[in-house]
Design a protein around this ligand. Structure first.
Ligand code: LRH
Ligand code: MN
Ligand code: MN
Length: 431
């Protein structure tokens, strides 16, 4: 087991300072919730059990096509990204898995990588394939598509890449493959919608056949970008049709930023879970498009409504319902470690508030046609300040009550700046 970057002592010292107040606030909230018929300890247990995966590509400072502002001490290699993930896990105890993206995260020795991660208390989540850009030395170009390309050899190259991702994932004990494609068109008439989707299904059937028994494949839809006229898997409708066609191991993945403005995402979540096709999430927030802003930073009410559906779905199927949760954000102006830790808190907050919804009362108002009181029942939960529950959950699982505070006080980034090379503004970043 590796020596943690932030000593348990640093966490304990900070927690000792904050504990008494947190305990008092928690007791007070517990009393208030008891009056509403809610057992705070039952809610706490669910929050303590919650976890969300961190994407390897979220650890580097992102950027836009206009520029990138690297931070001193940022990670340059996958191993350095894993080190940063370990800090997030140490301080939150809610991110025990890392999601890798290939070929970005290719290494020579996956046993070494697995051992390195395990020594820091980390495992691996769904693996992501990349056929949305050409890689050095690649035989055929994806300029005009990958799994849906008109040329069979190019499709085969993309299929082979996905099969290789499954192989690597097996070495890392991952249990799912996420497929997101940039395939689509930029001009009306450029592509035949139907034939492109037929080619997608044919290609995916081969990938599906390569899945081990206990694996799932997640199809991630996205409305547009990089294709700006049409995208092959553009929405949850196309996604669920394909998932139904491919078989039980195929499910849909909802990236919160991948929808048209004002689309009712919580309703999509309900529909997918009703039909057993909700595979997982990429959490982030968005104002205009696929902004990849920090989860809960723009529309925390929407995040709460999504978790309302998730809590409801879990209550219908407590053992079978198991979506894969991951963050998928781009951190352009903040330290990624700080943003990711804040986002974990926002997601936990949405979950906790959703757990406070009085579902029996809500159902009564729904069936009694009382829209105002039905909405008020949701708002009662949403308006509750649940931060004391989050703080006590962190304390009990050995995390920091104030993760960002401990992180800043540790000087972690400055220490890394002395060791890691800071990249130039254009170099080495992930687009
Ligand atoms: C596409 C996406 C998808 C990719 C990631 C880098 O916009 O959300 O999940 O794998 O970004
Ligand atoms: Mn995504
Ligand atoms: Mn995206």
């Amino acid at each position: 087991v590796a020596t943690p970057a932030i000593t348990p002592d640093q966490i304990d010292t900070s927690n000792a300072r904050l504990e008494a107040e947190a305990v008092r606030d928690y007791a007070h909230l517990g009393e208030q919730l008891a009056r509403r018929g809610i057992d705070v300890e039952a809610v706490l247990a669910e929050v303590m059990a919650f976890s969300v995966a961190v994407p390897s590509w979220g650890l580097g400072t992102g950027g836009t096509r206009f520029g990138r502002y690297p931070i001193a001490g940022g990670p340059n290699t996958l191993f350095e990204k894993i080190e940063d993930c370990a800090v997030i896990q140490q301080l939150t105890q809610a991110t025990p898995r890392v999601s890798l993206h290939f070929p970005w995260d290719k290494v020579k020795d996956y046993d070494e990588l697995k051992g390195f991660a395990a020594a820091q208390g980390l495992g691996f989540d769904a693996v992501n394939s990349n056929t949305f850009q050409d890689q050095a030395g690649q035989g055929l170009s994806y300029k005009f598509g990958s799994l849906t390309h008109a040329d069979a050899a190019t499709r085969q190259q993309a299929i082979d890449h996905n099969l290789e991702c499954i192989e690597i994932g097996q070495k890392l004990d991952a249990k799912a493959l996420t497929v997101w494609l940039g395939d689509g068109s930029n001009f009306a008439g450029q592509s035949d919608f139907t034939r492109a989707l037929e080619r997608y299904l044919d290609s995916m059937a081969v990938v599906y056949a390569g899945l081990p028994d206990d694996w799932r494949v997640f199809m991630e839809h996205k409305l547009y970008e990089p294709a700006f006229y049409s995208t092959v898997i553009q929405d949850w409708g196309t996604s669920i049709l394909c998932a139904q066609k491919l078989g039980p191991k195929a499910q849909c993945l909802v990236d919160l930023g991948h929808h048209a403005p004002n689309v009712n995402i919580e309703m999509i979540v309900a529909r997918l879970s009703q039909f057993g096709k909700l595979g997982g999430f990429h959490f982030n927030d968005s104002k205009y498009g696929d902004d990849d802003l920090d989860a809960g930073s723009v529309n925390p009410f929407q995040l709460f409504l999504v978790f309302n559906e998730l809590v409801e779905a879990k209550s219908r199927d407590p053992h079978g319902f198991d979506p894969a949760y991951m963050l998928d954000q781009s951190h352009n102006i903040t330290d990624p470690i700080e943003s990711l830790m804040m986002s974990v808190g926002s997601i936990e907050q949405a979950l906790t508030r959703a757990l406070l919804i009085d579902r029996v009362t809500l159902r009564g108002y729904q069936d009694g046609n009382d829209p105002l009181m039905a909405h008020a029942t949701l708002k009662e939960a949403y308006d509750t300040d649940v931060r004391p529950i989050l703080k006590i959950a962190r304390l009990r699982v050995g995390a920091a009550i104030d993760p960002v505070g401990v992180y800043r006080a540790s000087g972690y980034r400055a220490q890394k700046a002395a060791i890691r090379i800071t990249q130039g503004a254009t170099g080495g970043g992930i687009v």
